[in-house]
Design a protein around this ligand. Structure first.
Ligand SMILES: O=C(O)C(=O)C[C@]1(C(=O)O)C=C[C@@H](O)C=C1
Length: 268
């Protein structure tokens, strides 16, 4: 069995740091859909992507790609603390910097720092690609992982520049199959409801209440089928092979317009 693990690269992203928790041959891909494609087409057995951040919330591209583009399962989840650093070329001082580059999530996590220092933010595909892009230009800084500074021969001018301390990101390991039950599992699903019936979401949540199953996340995203039409992303305790969870999924099948089970995996 191939032991390749794709991750959102290049080397030095937070996703790379999360992927280190796994054992295998780590391969960087430059976008979240490219990571998913590498698992779909069998180049990699697993792929690691960010799914939500404790400050900035969902990673929309991951949720949308799982809902609309790929038929992949969640095999594992991982949560790592995020410490953002101001990364610069050697011998740069604060006054040299006019522009700062990073992933949109990282820019959002450091809004106050960027505003207080009056530097112009720019979006990049990942924090590490931002670090690579500033090489050789003292007017440009990047926001990212200290590992990126080390890998690309850059320096950290200011550590811990995120606005809030409880900064954590949850990553998922995607595969063609989900995880066998461990006794401490979570299940992720996506569903949409019939729009013309009142109280549908209430009824659906009632199914979980009836079976005494705790939700750990509920999130809605546009279904891309018009304003006011949503997909719901729900995570809850239990494995899809548990009798209780099977009862829930059977009932939801009858109550929802669309239901996709993203799989069951051990709680981090
Ligand atoms: O750009 C990176 O370093 C990533 O791994 C992506 C990502 C994200 O999408 O949330 C991961 C963690 C941080 O919150 C910032 C960016």
């Amino acid at each position: 069995m191939c032991n390749n693990i794709s991750f959102l690269g290049p080397k030095g992203t937070f996703t790379h740091e999360a992927a280190y928790i796994l054992e295998g041959n780590l391969i960087p891909y430059c976008t979240i859909p490219a990571v998913m494609e590498s698992v779909s087409n069998g180049e990699c057995q697993f792929g690691v992507v960010p799914i939500e951040n404790s400050i900035e919330g969902p990673v929309g591209l991951t949720l949308d790609s799982l809902a609309h583009k790929f038929d992949l399962k969640i095999f594992k989840e991982m949560v790592i603390p995020i410490n953002q650093n101001l990364i610069v070329n050697p011998k740069t001082v604060m006054n040299d910097i006019t522009d700062v580059y990073s992933h949109s999530q990282a820019i959002a996590q450091c809004q106050e720092f960027i505003r207080d220092n009056e530097i112009q933010p720019h979006y990049a595909v990942s924090t590490a690609s931002a670090a690579k892009s500033i090489l050789g230009d003292k007017t440009k800084a990047a926001i990212g992982n200290s590992k990126a500074a080390e890998i690309y021969g850059l320096e950290i001018l200011k550590p811990n520049i995120q606005d809030l301390d409880n900064n954590e990101t949850r990553f998922v390991v995607l595969s063609k199959n989900d995880h066998e039950p461990t006794g401490r599992d979570k299940t992720s699903i996506i569903f949409s409801i019939y729009e013309d019936k009142p109280g549908m979401l209430y009824k659906i949540l009632g199914v979980f209440e009836k079976e005494s199953i705790n939700l750990t996340k509920i999130e809605s995203r546009p279904s891309k089928k018009g304003l006011g039409k949503y997909l719901f992303f729900v995570d809850f305790y239990g494995h899809r092979k548990d009798k209780t969870v099977q009862n829930i999924l059977n009932e939801l099948d009858g109550l929802t317009y669309f239901l996709k089970v993203l799989g069951s995996y051990p709680e981090f």
